[in-house]
Design a protein around this ligand. Sequence first.
Ligand code: V47
Length: 391
Amino acid sequence: MDQTTQDDGTRRDHRTIGQHPFDEIRAKVIAGERLTMDDGLYLSEPTTPLGAVGELANLVRERKNGHHAYYNINTHLNPTNVCVYRCTFCAFRSDLRDPKGYVMSDEQILARGQEAVDNGCTEMHIVGGLHHQKPYDWYVHLIRILHEAYPQLHLKAWTAVEINWFEFLTKRSVRDILQEMIDAGLGSMPGGGAEIFHPQIRDQICEHKADASHWLMIHRTAHELGLKTNATMLYGHLENAYHRVDHLLRLRELQDATGGFQTFIPLAFHPENTGLAHLSKPSAVMDLRTMAVSRLMLDNFPHLKAYWIMMGLGTAQAALAYGADDIDGTVRHELIYHDAGATTPEVLSVEQLRRLIQEAGREPMERDTLYRAVCRDDQHWQIGEPITAKH
Ligand code: V47
């Protein structure tokens, strides 16, 4: 396609003759060739038929993961909601002295671990606020006590933004901090805190947070230490298609270098109780297009997740035909989305999750956090074969 994209995302179209741009993109995808910024922008335009974009994304999804749709049995733990930052999109955070603020005790944290194990969870997803008064040692301590008490439970913990906060608290290197966390029991890192990398948007929604290059450096370091990580993108607020495609390209570049990302999770903005409450929630059409464009641009990511808590059950089911191959998990104790107005249930049973997947025409497969098949009988589970997405 003969086009140039300027810095603000507008495009100059020099195309006069030749193939229709969609045919060109389709030919590239079929040949396994890489898409460009301009391709991503074309696919993002509301006038590019959503069905056609979805079909192309589905082709890549089935090439990589066949008809499987993965899920896990998991729980969330947010040890505190007290946070020094005031990101405009966040409804979860609390000021230090706000009655809404809480900090969990060791006993409460361990009780959550016990509840997770009793419910057959393989994973605990741990993130929270950057507490004004909690020392770094507290964050290491809670990983250690959980891991010592429940060694089978995979601890997927701390976003890059939290790791950056630990750098500030300790004045130590990212490598040192991550190594200490790994020694304490950290199993992998979730993808939060990425928001939108482009400074035109990042500076408006979370100006104090680690910037794009710092977020990426922390994930690069994690990958070098052998940790698998995820990546997210928060969309449907102040950004436009250019910012979204730019975000995807930055992730793709790091993945080329390290191969350490497992899953990409596009996160739809929920405005209720946030500093951006005047905005409306992105539509299902936008959710599906963002999933499909992400699948097509992130050709080196093995998995894309339709996070049902955020998308709603119906859209998450549909997303399994628009590029997603994973639906996250049973999810107990989710607070970040429910504080921002999500109306999805607090938890789904395994039967409900499997039925959602089957209704979408996919074959459910339980995985652990590191994408290995999980084999279960009534009381016990064990790890089976690794799930390998094809290129
Ligand atoms: O970074 C916060 C987002 C993220 C709102 O790695 C909001 O498997 C929408 O990263 N509306 C945290 N989004 C959640 C997250 C995540 C979720 C599920 C799975 C994984 C994974 C990671 O939630 C934040 C931010 O981007 N967020 N507030 C809101 N009002």
